[in-house]
Design a protein around this ligand. Structure first.
Ligand code: C2O
Ligand code: CU
Ligand code: CU
Length: 464
């Protein structure tokens, strides 16, 4: 089974930097890392920021010398970053200028059901909708992406994806690297054909061998020899990253999905499955100017490579650095006593035997409530991946949970914070604790390898 797992994880195309057969060749580390555009509010009041976003089909230069058709929020690929503040409401008007329905979900957010961007609660072509986010939760790296049922995986793949960085005062007071030293890194993969078009084939992870960071293939970034804070998101449909720096040195993880960790965690690897986020600090001051460091993925991209490239950091001169990473970052809420225990089993037909994916033996049905929850309750969910070769993950809308343990073992410090997505390799079990004390209504939970959720690995909970 280990071989099978390894094969599944590492399956991919053949070339390290060149893309799938026929796609234009790309030299790695030839383009600078772009910064996602920050969306400016068109209006501000004492309590709220108003934004307008138009979803449209447009073209963007991803590969050198060619333009690629993409789906965008406000014409940018990936979409613009919204910088929200805890306690200030963000009012986001989404205009659907696409020729198909769309739904905008704030991943990691805790919002009333009518603002959650449900699968069937879509915006028709030519129509608009205003989503209101109260931003009552702690600062976190959140993600805006499409969620239109059965189309979300292709929509997200083609570009309907953007960061939503929620900041708060407690975080400001820590003195972490900020301004131009706080850098989003939105990771994803893609398959291109000879004409530079993006190819989407459901559940085909093997040929998505071009790695994009902030929309650019294998970019480089010039850094000063000082500390940087990186806000990383795995926005892939299927690919799991196990990232490390090529010199084997540790990075300092300070946050995950739902906010800061209680304490910084030094780690040689960052493990991110689709939908997961890592907030981390790298101190480049220990490197001599001129040093080139690469960020590598230990899982790919091809069946023969153990290591895939992601991007390169080119270290420049030392620069003054008054930022710090305090020993205590936040205090997590106490864990209340659970009232209910449940178990969930994730499984899908093995490759080539079918195209269905299940939670507790069932594929998704929008007309069925799978889990009834009493408002105010704390529950413990035991989630197991019973697939023998296929990794899955488990994402809940509405709540940030805590991972109590994995396979009976305490979790790594990097997983000790607030989470909304948890990775489960084949055979793995995680125990999660969730408290449902915010909004009532029907929300989904699903595998966030979103080709799988589109194949049915999704269910619904009703909180009442
Ligand atoms: Cu990223 Cu159902 O969500
Ligand atoms: Cu979500
Ligand atoms: Cu899955």
């Amino acid at each position: 089974a280990a071989g099978g797992l390894f094969q599944t994880l590492t399956s991919g195309g053949s070339a390290n930097a060149a893309t799938a057969a026929g796609a234009p060749a790309v030299t790695p580390f030839a383009v600078p890392l772009p910064a996602p555009k920050v969306l400016a509010p068109y209006r501000r009041t004492s309590t709220a920021d108003y934004y307008a976003v138009t979803m449209s089909r447009t073209s963007h230069q991803i590969l050198p010398g060619t333009r690629t058709d993409v789906l965008t929020y406000n014409g940018t690929f990936p979409g613009p970053t919204i910088r929200a503040r805890k306690g200030r409401t963000a009012v986001v008007r989404q205009i659907n200028a696409l020729d198909m329905p769309a739904s905008v979900h704030l991943h990691g957010g805790s919002n009333p059901v009518e603002h959650d961007g449900g699968m069937t609660d879509t915006i028709a072509p030519g129509r608009s909708r205003t989503y209101v986010y109260a931003n009552e939760q702690v600062g976190a790296t959140l993600w805006t992406h499409d969620h239109a049922h059965h189309m979300e995986s292709e929509h997200v793949y083609r570009g309907l994806s953007g960061l939503y960085l929620l900041g708060d005062k407690a975080e400001d007071a820590l003195g972490l690297p900020s301004g131009r030293y706080e850098v989003p890194l939105i990771l994803r993969d893609a398959q291109f054909d000879a004409a530079g078009r993006m190819v989407y084939t459901m559940d085909d992870a093997e040929n998505r061998t071009t790695i994009l960071v902030n929309g650019a293939p294998w970019p480089y970034m010039k850094v000063e020899a000082r500390k940087y804070r990186f806000r990383m998101l795995n926005s892939c449909n299927l690919r799991i990253f196990i990232l490390c720096l090529n010199d084997g040195s540790q990075v300092t993880q300070i946050g995950s999905d739902g906010g800061l960790l209680p304490a910084p965690a030094a780690t040689p690897v960052l493990v991110l499955s689709p939908g997961e986020r890592a907030d981390f600090v790298v101190d480049f001051s220990k490197y001599a100017p001129g040093t080139q460091l690469t960020l590598q993925n230990m899982l790919g991209p091809g069946p023969t490579e153990l290591v895939g490239q992601i991007m390169r950091f080119d270290v420049g001169e030392k620069s003054p650095d008054t930022s710090r990473v305090p020993d205590v970052l936040t205090t997590l809420p106490a864990l209340p006593k659970p009232a209910v225990e449940r178990s969930f089993e994730l499984r899908m037909d093995e490759p080539g035997t079918g195209d269905k994916a299940y939670i507790n033996g069932k594929t998704f049905d929008a007309g069925r409530i799978d889990t009834n929850i009493k408002w105010g309750d704390t529950e413990v969910w035991t989630v197991t991946n019973t697939s023998t070769t296929i990794p899955h993950n488990f994402h809940t809308h509405l709540v940030q949970f805590r991972i109590l343990e994995r396979d009976g073992q305490p979790v790594y410090p990097a997983e000790a914070g607030l989470k909304d997505t948890v990775l489960l390799f084949p055979g793995q079990t995680a125990r999660l604790q969730l408290t449902f004390d915010t909004h009532k209504g029907v929300y989904p939970y699903h595998c966030h390898m979103i080709d799988h959720s589109a194949m049915g690995m999704m269910a619904q909970m009703k909180i009442s």
